[in-house]
Design a protein around this ligand. Sequence first.
Ligand code: C2E
Ligand code: MG
Ligand code: MG
Ligand code: MG
Length: 291
Amino acid sequence: AAKNSGRGTYRFYSADLKDVEQERQLLLDDLREALANGQLQMHYQPVVRTKDHAVVGFEALMRWEHPERGHVSPGVFIPAAEETDLINQLGQWALQQSCRDALEWPENIRLAVNVSAKQFCNKGFPAVVTQVLAETGITPDRLELELTETVFMGDTDATTATFKTLKKIGVRLALDDFGTGYSSLSYLRNAPFDKIKVDKSFVDTCTQKNENSAKIITAIIGLSEALGMEVTVEGVEAFDQFHLVCEKGAKYIQGWIYSKARPQAEILGQIASGGFLIEPAGPETYRPERR
Ligand code: C2E
Ligand code: MG
Ligand code: MG
Ligand code: MG
C-alpha cells in the first residue's frame, strides 16, 4: 500500500497507480494460464419467447473460477483482456467451445456469442468464424454474434467490409447493450443487424415513477420492429418489470426472471427432462394474451 508522505499527494497517487497496473498484469497472467489450463467455462442463459415461455436460444457467457481469487466477473477480466491480444484467443475459444456445446442442443435453438470490438476489428476474424462453423457443422443462421456500438469506433471501411463478409457467411448479428453507447441511429441504418438487445439499465428503472425508461423501451421496440429487426429485452429480474415489458410488447426476454446462465450439463439435463419451456419466477405465472 502507498504511504502518504508529507507534500506527496503526487507520490501517493503514482504508487497507487503502480499497484493497479501490477494487479492488472497479474490478472492477465492468471487469465492466460486459465485459458491454457481449462479453468474457463462457458455458461448459457436462455432467451425466452414471452408468448409461450419457449426457449428460442442461449447467450454464451464466459465464467472464470480462479483457485484463489474465486469467481472473477467477465465484467472485470474481459475489459482487461481487451487491452491486450489475449481477447482474440479468449474470443476464439469462446466461439469454438460454445459452438461445440450447441451441437448437442435441438437444432432450432440458437446460440449467441459475444464478440469484443477489438476481436471484430481484427482482420482475421471472419476467417475464424468460417473455420469454427466448418469444424463444428453449426449452420450459420443458428449463430448470432453480439456486437456493441464500440465496433463503429474503428476504421469505417474495414468495419463495413467485415459486416459484408459476415452476412455472406450467413451468421446473424445483434447489437448488444443498445442505448448505452453513442446510439447513433445511422448504425441501424447502415449496419445489417438482425436483432437489437435493449440494455438492462433501462429495465432496472422502468417501473419507477417519473422515469423515462419505460417509454424508451417502448420506443426501441417500435423502432426495431419498424426496421424489421428482432428485439430482446435484457436483464429482467423482477415480476413487475416482467409484467411491464410484456405489456410494452417485448416478444423476447433474457433475464433472471426466467433463468441465470447455467453450465452445459444443466442445459442438457433440462433437454433430457422434457425440453425448453420455462415459467417466469413470480408471485403468479404471467400468461400474456397470444399475440
Ligand atoms: P452482456 O453481453 O450484455 O451480457 C449480459 C449480462 O447481463 C451477463 O453478465 C448476464 O449474466 C447478465 N444478466 C442477464 N440477465 C440478468 C438479470 O436479470 N439480472 C442481472 N443482474 N444480470 C443479468 P455477465 O455474464 O457478468 O457478463 C458481463 C459482460 O461481459 C457481458 O455483457 C459481455 O459484455 C461480457 N462477456 C461475457 N462473456 C463474454 C465472452 O465470451 N466474450 C466477450 N467478448 N464478452 C463477454
Ligand atoms: Mg451479450
Ligand atoms: Mg447486453
Ligand atoms: Mg454488457
